[in-house]
Design a protein around this ligand. Structure first.
Ligand code: CP
Length: 305
């Protein structure tokens, strides 16, 4: 039987999403459980990470599993020319689950097709980051009391930002309205806009990050301009500081507004915002542990009570 992997958020039905969020809440109430006893998870990070890797590894540890893996592919035999396929087949001999981040779009799907153990996509290029989306949805539901009928403003790098691409798909079950705020160089790609059109999702596009947009927003989702995705460094220099959220821009915002960011941040949220009770990005990262405990149990078909 082919194993169950999580490579893209679009493979999750509304029921799948709600089940994982319900289980994440159970893990938040009781994070330490012996559900992975005797199991080994491999974390293969071909690209840098702080939160995704460490929260997955924390989740595995809290579930009493064990972790193998690498954080720097140059220390592995891929630096000698070993293919991704051979690497995945080797790791499948040692582990029960693979969690992988890779710079190539489609790498996680490819890995899931060559192995019989589950693969969780921890980010593939500018494509998808489904576990981030599930923790974002958990954070939205927890702070808003619902996922339905919310206005979500996405700001920054909407072209290369895999977290915003995945979030649109994840929220599509819940009748959202999106504001897309980006400079022309980093506009939301047509693929995501066509997806919205096809699913009857309202969206508005802006190049100015105006307070009037913030004032009508329930979730303000800031993103970093990702230097590593640019081939033209002059273009990066032109857009890197295009939007900076400052505390005084929040003075007329809705009471329920929460500010999310997948992190890391560079300059796009001023430090004076951190003390505002509407800033939620550090709690959002904490929610990643509980959500990832739920995701791991889901792909391994382990019941959560
Ligand atoms: N949000 C996120 O993917 O962070 P890391 O790159 O630190 O894993």
């Amino acid at each position: 039987m082919k194993s169950k992997s999580l490579v893209s958020i679009d493979q999750c039905s509304k029921e799948d999403i709600l089940r994982i969020l319900e289980n994440a809440a159970k893990f938040e109430a009781n994070p330490n459980r012996k559900l992975l006893e005797g199991k080994v998870a491999a974390t293969l990070f071909f690209e840098p990470s702080t939160r995704t890797r460490l929260s997955f590894e924390t989740a595995i540890n809290r579930l009493d599993g064990r972790v193998i893996g690498f954080t720097d592919a140059s220390t592995t035999s891929s630096s000698k020319g070993e293919t991704l396929k051979d690497t995945i087949l080797m790791v499948s001999n040692y582990a029960d689950l693979i969690i992988m981040r890779h710079h190539l779009e489609g790498a996680a799907r490819y890995a899931s097709e060559v192995t019989n153990i589950p693969v969780i996509n921890a980010g593939d290029g500018a494509n998808q980051h489904p576990s981030q989306t599930l923790l974002d949805l958990y954070s939205i539901q927890k702070t808003q009391g619902t996922l339905d009928n919310l206005t979500i403003t996405l700001v920054g790098d909407l072209k290369y930002g895999r977290t915003v691409h995945s979030l649109i798909v994840g929220m599509s079950h819940f009748n959202p309205t999106f504001n897309f705020v980006a400079p022309n160089e980093l506009k939301m790609p047509d693929e995501q806009k066509h997806f919205c059109d096809k699913h009857g999702i309202r969206y508005h596009e802006y190049t100015e990050f105006d307070e009037s947009i913030i004032d009508e927003t329930d979730i303000l989702y800031m993103t970093r301009v990702q230097r590593e995705r640019f081939t033209d460094m002059e273009e990066y220099e032109r857009v890197k500081n295009v939007y900076i959220l400052k505390n005084d821009m929040l003075k007329n915002s809705k009471d329920n507004l929460k500010i999310l960011h997948p992190l890391p941040r560079v300059n796009e949220i001023a430090y004076d915002v951190d003390d505002n009770p509407k800033a939620y990005y550090f709690q959002q990262a904490r929610n990643g542990v509980f959500t990832r405990e739920a995701i791991i149990c889901d792909v391994l078909n382990i019941p959560v009570n």
